[in-house]
Structures are given as structure tokens and as C-alpha cells.
Design a protein. Structure first.
Length: 227
């Protein structure tokens, strides 16, 4: 897939230009075509694969929240980590995110799971893998997406200053080496999954710390209330 054929927001297309010509990206594009030709259902829909990039240009990024896989059940994946369309049931990890927001900032729990409002304010909701096969979590883990999303994290680290990176869980925390901790705020904790939320996610105060840091640097705070 040539760079000009990748339907991604212009500032990201420029920031990630070298990636589109690399062998891994061409192999990734071929892999996705072959999977679809084989009749496999891939999530999210093609138009939403780069939703995080298209909604949050690199120059607007204030906070990065890193997920792993898109949701693999029908109707859930929308190209934003932890987010689901309004007509979908709120996933367990997002319920715990809402609980932490309520506990730390007094924000009432939302009755839907659409985090687009965050993305529009500069919260880059990035999954490490941008696609997944239906009902097969991790199916695209070795497809090449991590090379691409690692490059996106490095681009933010290199080209921006004073961005807050929220790394939840062992997988996300491994991305710490991609980030310059001298010019950005790196927040680490357990994952909000029900299996680990009570082991350090609850009470991490990441949302409060993020707003305090952004305010200190004159960048404006995030309205975390999606109601």
C-alpha cells in the first residue's frame, strides 16, 4: 500500500511517512487483504481502523491512553482504545475507568461507552494492534501493527512536549522505553480489567494527575465527563 493510499489524517501521514514504505507495512497491508479475501471478519470496519489518528491530529495530542487489541465482538470496535459505540454495553474495563473517574474527580459514571469526546479534546486512544479477527483476541498481534503504533508513540515523544502517557498493565508499560520521560509525564499502574483493577488501578489518580500536569504547563485540561 503506497503512502498516498493510506487514508489517515494529514499530520499523521507526514509524521509517519517513513513507515508506509517499509517492508513490514507492505506485508501488513497484504495480510489484511488476504484475511478479508479468505472470508474472515476483521474489526473494526476499514473506515475506522485509523479512527484514533483521524480524530486526534498529532499536534493536538495532550494525553495518550494505550490499549492492546480492538474489541473482537460484533459492533464494539470503533478504532479508539477502550471505547465502544453508544448502543453497545459498557465493557468491564471501561466500567472500572468510569469508577476511577467518579472516585478521583467526582465525575458521574456515564451511561454509554463512547469516548469520542475525549479524542476530540486531544486524548489519543491508541490500540497497539489496530485490527483483530472476530472472536479471536490477539489474532493480529504479530501482523506488523506494533511496529506502526510504536512509531506513532515515538513520533509523539519526539515531536511534542508535555504529553501525558497513561500506561496501564504490563503490556502497556513495556512501551515506556519509546517515550522520553524528561519531556513528558509517564503514568503507570495496573490495568483497569476486573482481574487487576484492585491491584493498583483504582486509586491511581491518573486522570487528576494528568489535568494538574496539563494545567501546570498551560495546555488546558481535559473534560473527562462524557455524559
Amino acid at each position: 500500500m503506497a503512502q498516498t493510499n493510506v487514508k489517515i489524517e494529514e499530520s499523521w501521514k507526514n509524521a509517519l511517512a517513513p513507515e508506509f514504505d517499509k517492508a513490514y507495512f507492505k506485508e501488513l497491508s497484504a495480510f489484511l487483504r488476504e484475511e478479508k479475501q479468505a472470508g474472515k471478519t476483521i474489526y473494526p470496519a476499514g473506515s475506522l481502523i485509523f479512527n484514533a489518528f483521524n480524530t486526534t491530529p498529532i499536534g493536538d495530542v495532550k494525553v495518550v491512553i494505550l490499549g492492546q487489541d480492538p474489541y473482537h465482538n460484533p459492533g464494539q470496535a470503533m478504532g479508539l482504545s477502550f471505547s465502544v459505540p453508544r448502543d453497545q454495553r459498557i465493557p468491564p474495563s471501561l466500567r472500572n475507568i468510569y469508577k476511577e473517574l467518579d472516585d478521583s474527580l467526582g465525575i458521574p459514571k456515564a451511561n454509554h461507552g463512547d469516548l469520542t469526546k475525549w479524542a476530540q479534546q486531544g486524548v489519543f486512544l491508541l490500540n497497539a494492534m489496530l485490527t483483530v479477527e472476530r472472536n479471536k483476541p490477539g489474532a493480529h498481534k504479530k501482523s506488523g501493527w506494533q511496529d506502526f503504533t510504536d512509531a506513532a508513540i515515538r513520533a509523539i515523544s519526539d515531536q511534542r512536549e508535555n504529553v501525558v502517557f497513561m500506561l496501564w498493565g504490563a503490556f502497556a508499560r513495556k512501551k515506556k522505553d519509546l517515550i522520553d520521560g524528561n519531556k513528558h509525564l509517564i503514568l503507570e499502574s495496573a490495568h483497569p480489567s476486573p482481574f487487576s483493577a484492585d491491584k493498583g488501578f483504582f486509586g491511581n489518580n491518573h486522570f487528576k494527575q494528568a489535568n494538574e500536569y496539563l494545567a501546570e504547563h498551560g495546555l488546558g485540561t481535559i473534560d473527562w465527563d462524557v455524559n
